[in-house]
Design a protein around this ligand. Structure first.
Ligand code: LLP
Length: 383
């Protein structure tokens, strides 16, 4: 949480910028490691935030890396992650990315189609490598989350569907440079109710058995990520209940003693430690509402415009416990009506130059920023 006390630190930094609370990140990592104990291997999903300031903390906590592009693999390795801890997912891996991943001897490719398997095999032959692969399975489990971040349904582009299993194993058997080591699942993101994870376990149990019956002893089961955070109340539950999350897998997943369980978590590790800090440029009094025009826009944080996502907004120049609040539409400077961070937000009476914190922005914030309208690259600081 950033308060009036931080404003002196902020005054030398040009807004808008991301401020990361490193102590909260450390505490979150501690809680995660304790809850996962030795039973589970956690790969941090770099797509949530690949800022080196955070990566060093995450790497030092002992997490592996989950990457979705050649550049993410490069970023992970440059920031000290072992290549043997890297898993590489994505429906559209390019030849260049596959060859780079092969050259780094990454731990595992999460393969999303039969066609991709064949291409990885060809490139592995060309580069004289053996590629370890896990099949990304589409389990057809509903994550009950925003439709843009649901990934485990038949209608989604991700993963291999059960009706393709026989064909996949026929292909695997004849590929010389691909070694099938496991199964991979990911049903979606920002999942707060844990029931979909129970349903995922039940599907994984069936699929795991099916592969064993076919003679495949797969020692690597990767259950993806997706654990959601509390955007409404970022301070009351700053660290998610990792114990409850892992308990679902302990209770419902039936695995063989040789099988290792892996996860790819992103948002729940980094979201709450980041706030987008912005200053009020103008206040425009409308008929039904007052507009608070910030110097940050959808170019710095696109989640509200793209997913109608809620982020708590605070005026940190003012005492937020002040009783009298005014209703504002909090908007950015970009030439799009969707450039709005929140409608009918109640804040203390706000002035030009006040600092506004947009909370829970550590995940899918800075990484999704753009240069639309020829904006500056967004800055970041660690507090
Ligand atoms: N593994 C795979 C295969 C994924 O596709 C994702 C996220 C993760 C792991 C990490 O999921 P997490 O633990 O962070 O939920 N931009 C959207 C979220 C997109 C998520 C994409 N995949 C947002 O701002 O909500």
């Amino acid at each position: 949480m950033f308060t009036q006390n931080h404003i002196t630190n902020f005054s030398s930094i040009e807004t808008p910028f991301y401020a990361y609370d490193i102590k909260l990140l450390r505490n979150t990592l501690k809680a995660l490691i304790n809850a996962a104990s030795k039973d589970y291997h956690i790969h941090y999903a770099l797509k949530a935030n690949s800022n080196p300031l955070l990566l060093s903390e995450i790497k030092n906590a002992g997490l592996g890396a989950d990457c979705v592009s050649g550049n993410e693999i490069k970023r992970a390795i440059e920031n000290g992650f072992d290549a043997e801890s890297v898993v590489f997912a994505g429906v559209g891996k390019s030849d260049k990315e596959i060859e780079y991943a092969l050259s780094q001897n990454i731990f595992c490719f999460n393969v999303e189609s039969i066609h991709e398997l064949k291409v990885i095999n060809e490139l592995a032959i060309k580069n004289n490598k053996i590629a370890q692969v896990a099949l990304r399975i589409n389990p057809n489990v509903d994550a009950y989350t925003h439709k843009y971040i649901t990934t485990g349904l038949e209608e989604n582009k991700f993963g291999i569907n059960p009706y393709e299993f026989e064909a996949v194993i026929d292909v695997i058997k004849i590929l010389s440079h691909v070694k099938l080591i496991g199964l991979h699942f990911h049903i979606g993101s920002q999942i707060q109710d844990l029931t979909p994870y129970k349903n995922l376990c039940l599907r994984v149990n069936e699929i795991n058995k099916w592969f064993l019956q076919k003679g495949f002893k797969l020692n690597h089961i990767n259950l993806g990520g997706g654990l959601g955070i509390n955007y409404k109340e970022p301070d009351t539950q700053a660290i998610v209940d990792f114990e409850a999350y892992f308990a679902i897998f302990k209770n419902f997943l039936e695995i063989r003693p040789s099988q290792e369980i892996h996860f790819e978590l992103g948002r729940c590790i980094v979201a709450q430690c980041g706030s987008l800090i912005s200053k009020v440029l103008y206040i425009k009094e409308g008929i039904n509402t007052n507009f608070l025009i910030l110097d940050a826009g959808m170019t710095e944080l696109i989640r509200p415009a793209l997913y109608q996502a809620y982020h708590k907004i605070e005026n940190i120049s003012k005492n937020n416990s002040e009783i009298e609040k005014i209703k504002y539409d909090v908007v950015g400077p970009i030439c799009e009506s969707s450039d709005c961070f929140g409608k009918a937000v109640y804040l203390p009476k706000t002035n030009r130059g006040d600092y506004i914190a947009i909370r829970s922005a550590g995940a899918y914030g800075e990484v999704m920023s753009s240069k639309y309208n020829l904006r500056d690259d967004v800055r970041s600081v660690v507090v």
